[in-house]
Write a protein that binds this ligand. Structure first.
Ligand code: PLP
Length: 383
């Protein structure tokens, strides 16, 4: 699905030199490399505070911890995401409320969001799924109206730009009260191990979170709150700093591959290709040169003639990696079932789990590979 070796080969010299520098310095934890990366990412995202941490799941958990919610408070998130998003809400003894998504963008459904709000609702966690921005104009407006926190799960979408209705652009993850991301190797900005980060423009929240990641300490050995130990190590920070300067190039390479795929599937009546979100014309469906709202963490098709599972098997036999993200909607997972859910409220996710299939998507795809993959997919689906 990804070609981490090919990507590494192109930046090997810089990355190796950065790692060697860390080794020679012995500043393995919280050294200058972590601060340099933090500052570089603050600059890139145009956000006041980046707080690095150990992984994307920690980032979510710590962000939610920073809000000071109480047991039983409801946090709304989507039924179609990686389990980490809902897991941290449940772990913190808050009540996750899962809602349906939009069929075309795979993102939070605004009508479902409005319906799910109760007096106990305290926060919304939109996930910019597969790299495409959620409808943040609407999320922010609803959050303001109901005094809710917004935590953006940006694990798939670092680098994506959201264009507001008024034309203003902002990097995803910096729009809500707090944003989180993962630097897992296969993510769009991946390190060579585990890593994550939290973003916010709120000084007070940043201060709270900096303490939480460090055992609840605001002064050494004085523990004001119950915290955790969650750190990005210096070697990973050095790798990330070297890779950050390539992130926009990486995003463009992914969009190029997506554009190629979309063009080659356009004539296939049984395939629905991913759309993008242009604010002037929501879901314009094009991936034009200026569409920077999608960074294609995944390239996910909908197969409409019932052949999704057969295609999955066939491609594996042909040596073409592919995956089903996600095979089970969260409200049907044993861990997250809740009597409040009614199947008719999950029309989209209930259908999507049987239709979606993700194809190889990374920065190193060349035209031969893309041609080979699209031909195999088209031939099989049309057969
Ligand atoms: C990967 C991922 C996470 C968690 O990131 P880790 O670094 O693996 O802990 C959270 N949310 C989503 C949507 C993800 O895909």
């Amino acid at each position: 699905m990804v070609d981490l070796q090919g990507q590494y080969a192109k930046i090997k010299e810089t990355v190796d030199a950065s790692i060697e520098e860390v080794l020679n310095s012995s500043a393995y934890i919280n050294g200058p490399y972590v601060h340099e990366f933090q500052a570089a990412l603050e600059d890139y995202l145009n956000v006041k505070h980046v707080i690095p941490c150990a992984n994307g799941t920690d980032a979510l958990q710590i962000a939610v911890m920073g809000l000071g919610l109480e047991q039983g408070d409801e946090v709304i998130t989507v039924d179609f995401t990686f389990a980490a998003t809902v897991e941290v809400i449940a772990l913190l003894k808050l009540t996750p409320v899962l809602i349906d998504i939009e069929p075309d963008t795979f993102n939070i459904n605004i009508d479902a969001l409005k319906k799910a709000i109760t007096p106990k609702t305290k926060a919304i966690v939109p996930v910019h799924l597969f790299g495409l921005c959620a409808n943040m104009d609407a999320v922010v407006e609803i959050a303001k109206e109901h005094h809710l926190w917004v935590i953006e799960d940006t694990a798939h979408a670092i680098g994506a730009n959201y264009t507001f209705k008024d034309g203003k652009k902002q990097k995803v993850g910096t729009i809500g009260d707090v944003g989180t991301t993962s630097f897992f190797p296969s993510k769009n900005l991946g390190c060579y191990g585990d890593g994550g980060a939290i973003f916010t423009n709120n000084d007070e929240l940043a201060h709270t979170i900096r303490g939480i990641v460090n055992h609840g300490m605001y002064k050494r050995y004085y523990h004001d709150v119950v915290g955790v130990n969650s750190r990005l190590d210096s070697i990973q920070a050095a790798v990330l700093k070297a890779k950050l300067s390539h992130l926009d190039t990486y995003c463009n390479a992914r969009r190029d591959a997506a554009r190629y795929y979309n063009k080659n599937f356009a004539e296939n009546p049984h395939i629905i290709t991913p759309t993008t979100r242009s604010n002037a014309t929501p879901n314009c469906g094009q991936i034009c040169a200026t569409c920077d709202c999608h960074v294609f963490h995944q390239y996910t098709l909908k197969i409409t003639n019932g052949k999704r599972d057969a295609l999955h098997q066939y491609l594996l036999e042909q040596g073409i990696p592919n995956a089903i993200y996600y095979p089970v909607q969260l409200h049907q997972q044993k861990a997250y079932q809740d009597d409040r859910y009614r199947e008719e409220d999950f029309k989209v996710t209930n259908k999507l789990v049987e239709m979606v299939i993700s194809l190889p998507m990374h920065t190193e795809l060349d035209e031969d590979q893309l041609t080979f993959i699209t031909k195999k997919v088209n031939d099989f689906v049309l057969k």
